[in-house]
Write a protein that binds this ligand. Sequence first.
Ligand code: FES
Length: 112
Amino acid sequence: VLVDGIASRSCLLLAVQVDGCEIRTVEGLADPAGTLNPLQAAFSTHHGLQCGFCTPGILATATEALERGEITSRAAIVDLLSGHLCRCTGYVGIIEAIADAAGLPPESERAL
Ligand code: FES
């Protein structure tokens, strides 16, 4: 979850610790009509998830980094993901989705 815009592990927080804070869950990233935000849409486009177990944490972490303007390269994305484990995707789709949401050029264009 995002606590006042900071990605946080909800399982390690007591409710009293976040009293008065703004809490955004992954469900809250989409607009009220259910339209995915650009990061969520990029995960769909780039097949950034399979079982989805890791996805909420990665979306929260990436959202914080995107809002802070910290995604300037794929190396920054790899560093950002260092605390996350995904047993399904091999990370390629996740990295490309975050890169897309950050406005980085597609991996295929980087080699040209
Ligand atoms: Fe299954 Fe990441 S999509 S663990």
